[in-house]
Design a protein around this ligand. Structure first.
Ligand SMILES: CC(C)(COP(=O)(O)OP(=O)(O)OC[C@H]1O[C@@H](n2cnc3c(N)ncnc32)[C@H](O)[C@@H]1OP(=O)(O)O)[C@@H](O)C(=O)NCCC(=O)NCCS
Length: 165
């Protein structure tokens, strides 16, 4: 298996991966909208490929830390084809995405997800870094990973398509 940037020819199968991975089509539709959004960063849409098959996908898009409008990243969706889950593909994708983001000079990545899964990548509850979630009800499920020191403080704002969820 290799991890590489998503290419234009991958978009249909990436869509299929997210439709298969999640119980509803919400994430696939979100991904499609993110692709058309100014916050889409092509170098931060990665796929896991086994032979000729895309088996997983992860994306991070431009987000902001308000009120100062400091650039940050929002991670997600991340999905692995159901028949390939639980074998380390998601782990490799998230590590790769964080490495690319750090190399590109990004300062912080945030996401909404299960802390039990994401803590292994260095994510902590966002408020530990002085970062408030867009919705206070998200609580411990809104997590952040610092890529620089010091990390910007404030309130996180995702790329626009997330607000239509
Ligand atoms: C979540 C997902 C991307 C992880 O990818 P993966 O290749 O299956 O995961 P890995 O094999 O790298 O890691 C397996 C570990 O993740 C855990 N895990 C998998 N999905 C999880 C989830 N939704 N919540 C919490 N833990 C999860 C497994 O229990 C396992 O933990 P362990 O290492 O302590 O045993 C993948 O399972 C998936 O696409 N799930 C459906 C879509 C989804 O829930 N996406 C994430 C939304 S936040």
């Amino acid at each position: 298996m290799i991890v590489r940037r998503e290419r234009p020819a991958d978009s249909r199968v990436v869509d299929a991966v997210h439709r298969a991975a999640f119980p509803t089509d919400v994430e696939a539709r979100l991904f499609a909208e993110l692709r058309e959004d100014p916050g889409f960063l092509p170098h931060l849409s990665l796929v896991a490929v086994d032979g000729d098959h895309v088996i997983g996908s992860v994306v991070a898009t431009r987000a902001w830390i308000e009120p100062l409008g400091v650039p940050a990243l929002g991670l997600g969706p991340v999905g692995v084809r159901p028949d390939r889950q639980g074998r380390g593909v998601g782990t490799v994708l998230v590590h790769a995405l964080l490495a690319v983001a750090e190399a590109a000079g990004e300062r912080l990545v945030a996401l909404l997800g299960d802390p039990a899964y994401y803590r292994r990548f260095g994510f902590v509850v966002s408020t530990e870094l002085g970062l408030d979630p867009p919705d206070p009800a998200w609580g411990v499920h809104f997590q952040a990973r610092a890529l620089a020191d010091p990390t910007p403080r404030g309130t996180f704002r995702y790329a626009e398509p997330f607000s239509r969820l």
